[in-house]
Design a protein around this ligand. Structure first.
Ligand SMILES: CC(C)=CCC/C(C)=C/CC/C(C)=C/CC/C(C)=C/COP(=O)(O)OP(=O)(O)O
Ligand SMILES: O=P(O)(O)OC[C@@H](O)CO
Ligand SMILES: [Mg+2]
Length: 234
């Protein structure tokens, strides 16, 4: 089974705990040329904030996926395309590999498995909230990153491997190492993409690049440039 992400170059990740740039709307966001919107963040996540963004983006004709950072940010709606649930390969606590997932499945009687997929995260920026939150061990050389990617695909059957540098532009040689270790799985890269060149550079290594903070800090015009960078690289 393979998902629509095999056709994507670029994802825009909206953090429901952050606002858009003054004067910009979700309609502008949907018109940036990105292939899909992911809604998720680590800190300050609540069901209400999640619902608000999902509803706002659901009005536009763009694929939208909820990326929950805990079971209580899984909102049920008809307007989004599915759930991309993180599994953190290098978490310091099994909560973020299987524990939260077990609790979610135990407590939620209404999981729609037909549109639920997972992303195998390798978290590499120790300064990011997601690293603190999951107690990730970010000291990973390129061969460690490659091995995690291979474990994710070959042993855990993951279709998506996500090299995560949230907040900073990562080491392209580690992204390349992950890419070379994968056979069929789709490689996502996210972190610090802020212009045409950074998008172009990381899109040469990864299949899909994810842009997050830029939309909240700089706005849709800057995001559009990253879409172009990603497209030109692929
Ligand atoms: C089982 C369920 C439903 C949920 C658990 C899912 C897991 C394992 C979450 C772990 C954390 C994670 C990988 C969240 C994904 C979203 C993400 C990485 C957002 C970016 O976070 P930061 O940029 O560090 O944080 P802020 O921007 O929110 O400060
Ligand atoms: O916010 P940035 O640094 O663009 O990171 C994007 C994404 O990988 C965060 O989960
Ligand atoms: Mg962030």
């Amino acid at each position: 089974m393979s998902g629509p992400w095999t056709e994507w170059d670029h994802i825009l990740k909206i953090d429901p705990d952050k606002s858009l740039v003054d004067g910009e709307t979700f309609e502008d966001v949907a018109a940036t040329g990105t292939d899909a919107i992911e809604v998720g963040g680590t800190t300050g996540m609540t069901e209400e904030k999640m619902e608000r963004v999902v509803e706002a983006c659901g009005k536009y004709d763009i694929p939208m996926y909820i990326e929950p950072s805990n079971p209580s940010s899984v909102v049920h709606s008809d307007v989004h395309d599915g759930y991309l649930v993180p599994i953190v390969m290098n978490a310091g606590d099994v909560t973020w590999t299987t524990g939260a997932h077990k609790e979610w499945v135990r407590l939620d009687d209404d999981i729609d498995w037909s549109r639920t997929w997972t992303e195998a995260y390798i978290v590499l920026n120790p300064e990011a909230s997601v690293a603190t939150y999951t107690g990730a061990n970010c000291e990973q050389d390129a061969d460690d990153v490659a091995a995690y990617a291979e474990v994710a695909e070959q042993m855990f059957g993951q279709e998506i491997v996500y090299v995560e540098y949230s907040g900073t532009l990562g080491d392209p040689s580690k992204v390349r190492a992950a890419s070379e270790a994968l056979e069929e799985a789709t490689l996502f890269y996210g972190g610090g993409i802020h212009d045409y060149d950074s998008a172009h550079q990381m899109a040469q290594e990864a299949d899909v690049v994810i842009v997050g903070d830029l939309v909240h800090d700089e706005g849709v015009e800057a995001v559009r440039e990253t879409v172009e960078g990603a497209r030109d690289a692929n």
